[in-house]
Write a protein that binds this ligand. Structure first.
Ligand SMILES: Cc1ncc(COP(=O)(O)O)c(C=O)c1O
Length: 473
C-alpha cells in the first residue's frame, strides 16, 4: 500500500540543472507525460534512494543484507526468470526441488527424497500455506466425523510474528494467543494445551521468537500434545515457524529435537532470505509427508508431459532467489553454514555480554538461540528510555529497534539486535563504542525524551497495530 510520506510536498521533481542537458520537471505522484534519458532517470532514482538507511547497519531486520558477488551475479543472470514457468525454465524448477530435498534432509524428514515442499516469497507466504494445510486437514477429519467445521482455532504464543495474525484473519481461523506472563516471553507446553480443543487445527511453535530470539520448547510442546491425545483423544498437529531458527538449529544445535524427528511436527517453514543467507524474496514450506498436505489444496498442472503439483498464493515470482539459495547450499555446504552461523552466534553473545557490562542495561536474551538478543534499561533508571537509546544510535546510522512487549508485558520496553552474516566482531565493536559515547549524554537527561509513539515502525512485525492482539483475544 502506497503511503505518501512527504505530505505537503506538492512540488514536481526538479531535476535540472544537475543531471540533464534539457530542462526537466516531472510530476512527483503522477505518471510523467514523456520520456527521459535512461541515465537521468537512473540518477534521479539513485539519488532519492540515498536517503534509505544503510542496510548493513540495519540491526532491526532478520533479512540478509549481504551476499557474495557470485550469488549476485547469478541473481542478475536470472532476473528475467519467472519461477512459475516451470516448463520454460525447467532447470530453475529442478534447483528448487533440490533445495526442498536438502532442507528435508536437514530437518530429518524420514525420506528426504519423498518430502513435499515448495519455495515461497518468504516465511509469511509459507505460514499461510502451512496454516491452510492444517485447516484443511482438520476440516476433512471433522466432516468425516459428521461434525461442524465452522469454528476452527489456532493456538500460539502472543509473540508470534504478524504473519500468523494475518493467517488467522485472512483465512477465518480464531487466533488463540497465550499471553506473556512475568518472565515468560513465549509459548510453553502447559499454556498451549490449555487452549486446545476439538476445533484446534494446530499449534504454532516458533523457533526463534521475533521479540527476543528465544527458541520455543518445540519438543516439550509436542510431548504435552501427545499427552493430551492420550488423555482425551484430541490429535493436534504442530507447525514449526522456523523463519530464522530452522536455518540455525540444524547447524549449531544438532541435538535439539524440534523438527520432523518429532512425529507431531506436520510442517515447517523458514525464510531462505534470513539465515538461509539469500537476499530478500525467498522462503520455504515443507510437510513431513503426503498426509500432512491434503491433495485437494494442490493444483496439478501439466508440465513437460508430466504432472507438476503447485501449492502457492502467488503465480509469478522471481526465480533468482531460488537460484541464489541453491548457490549458497552448494557453495557453503553443511560446514560452511555451520561456520557462518557460529560466527553470528559468537558475535551476538559477545555483544550481548558487553552491553550487559555497560551498566544501565539488562539482557532479556543473550543471543545463544538464534543470534538475536533483546535488552532493556534496568529497573530504577527512569531518566532515559530504550526509545532514547534507539534514537541516539540512529544519529550514527545504526538502526536498533525499540518496542514494547505485548500482553501481559506491555510495561516492558526493549531494544533488539539481530546479528547477521556480515555483521562482524569489528562492526559490533563500533556499535558498542557508539553506545558508550551516547550514554553520558542520556545520563544527563532529566526525563525520557521519547516513548513508544516515537519508535517508528521498524521492529519488523513485533509492533502489531491490530487492537485484537492487545485487546479482545
Ligand atoms: C518468527 C517469524 N515468522 C515469520 C516471519 C515473516 O517472515 P518473512 O519476512 O520471510 O515473510 C518472521 C520475520 O521476521 C519471523 O521472525
Amino acid at each position: 500500500m502506497a503511503v505518501h510520506h512527504n505530505r505537503g510536498q506538492n512540488r514536481d521533481l526538479e531535476i535540472n540543472p544537475v543531471f540533464s542537458r534539457e530542462p526537466v520537471r516531472v510530476p512527483r505522484y503522477a505518471l510523467p507525460r514523456g520520456e527521459m534519458e535512461p541515465d537521468t532517470a537512473y540518477q534521479v532514482v539513485h539519488d532519492e534512494l540515498m536517503l534509505d538507511g544503510n542496510a548493513r547497519q540495519n540491526l532491526a531486520t532478520f533479512v540478509s543484507t549481504w551476499a557474495e558477488p557470485e550469488a549476485r551475479r547469478l541473481m542478475d543472470e536470472c532476473a528475467e526468470k519467472n519461477m512459475i514457468d516451470k516448463d520454460e525454465y525447467p532447470q530453475t524448477a529442478e534447483l528448487e526441488a533440490r533445495c526442498v530435498h536438502m532442507l528435508a534432509g536437514l530437518w530429518h524428514a524420514e525420506n528426504p527424497r519423498q518430502a513435499i515442499g515448495c519455495s515461497t516469497t518468504g516465511s509469511s507466504e509459507a505460514a499461510m500455506l502451512g496454516g491452510l494445510a492444517l485447516k484443511r486437514r482438520w476440516q476433512h477429519r471433522r466432516r468425516a466425523e459428521n461434525k461442524p467445521t465452522d469454528r476452527p482455532n489456532i493456538v500460539m504464543g502472543i509473540n508470534v510474528q504478524i504473519c500468523w495474525e494475518k493467517f488467522a484473519d485472512y483465512f477465518e481461523v480464531e487466533p488463540r494467543y497465550v499471553p506473556m506472563d512475568g518472565d515468560r516471553y513465549h509459548l510453553t507446553p502447559d499454556k498451549a494445551v490449555e487452549l486446545c480443543d476439538e476445533n484446534t487445527i494446530g499449534v504454532v511453535a516458533v523457533l526463534g521468537s521475533t521479540f527476543d530470539g528465544s527458541y520455543e520448547p518445540v519438543a516439550d510442546i509436542a510431548a504435552a500434545l501427545d499427552d493430551l491425545q492420550a488423555r482425551t483423544g484430541l490429535d493436534v498437529p504442530v507447525h514449526v515457524d522456523g523463519a530464522s531458527g530452522a536455518m540455525i538449529a540444524p547447524f549449531l544445535d544438532p541435538d535439539l529435537e524440534w523438527d520432523f524427528r518429532l512425529p507431531r511436527v506436520a510442517s515447517i517453514n523458514t525464510s531462505g532470505h534470513k539465515y538461509g543467507l539469500v537476499m530478500p524474496g525467498v522462503g520455504w514450506a515443507l510437510w513431513r509427508d503426503k498426509d500432512a498436505l491434503p491433495d485437494d489444496l494442490v493444483f496439478h498442472v501439466n508440465y513437460l508431459g508430466g504432472d507438476m503439483p503447485t501449492f502457492a498464493l502467488n503465480f509469478s515470482r522471481p526465480g533468482a532467489q531460488v537460484v541464489a539459495q541453491y548457490y549458497n547450499f552448494l557453495r557453503l555446504g553443511f560446514e560452511g553454514y555451520r561456520r557462518v552461523q557460529q560466527t553470528a552466534r559468537d558475535v551476538a553473545t559477545r555483544l550481548a555480554r558487553e552491553i550487559a557490562r555497560l551498566g544501565p542495561f539488562e539482557l532479556i536474551t543473550d543471543g545463544s538461540d538464534i543470534p538475536v538478543f533483546a535488552f532493556r534499561v534496568r529497573e530504577g533508571i527512569d531518566h532515559f528510555s530504550v526509545f532514547d537509546v534507539s534514537a541516539a544510535l540512529r544519529e550514527r546510522g545504526w538502526l536498533v529497534p525499540a518496542y514494547t512487549f505485548p500482553k501481559n508485558r506491555t510495561d516492558l520496553a526493549v531494544l533488539r539486535v539481530v546479528v547477521r552474516n556480515g555483521f562482524s566482531h569489528d562492526l559490533a565493536d563500533l556499535l558498542l563504542e557508539d553506545l558508550r559515547r551516547v550514554l553520558p549524554r542520556l545520563d544527563k537527561q532529566g526525563e525520557p525524551h521519547r516513548d513508544e509513539d516515537d519508535a517508528g515502525g521498524f521492529a519488523h512485525g513485533a509492533e502489531t497495530k491490530n487492537p485484537r492482539r492487545h485487546g479482545r483475544h
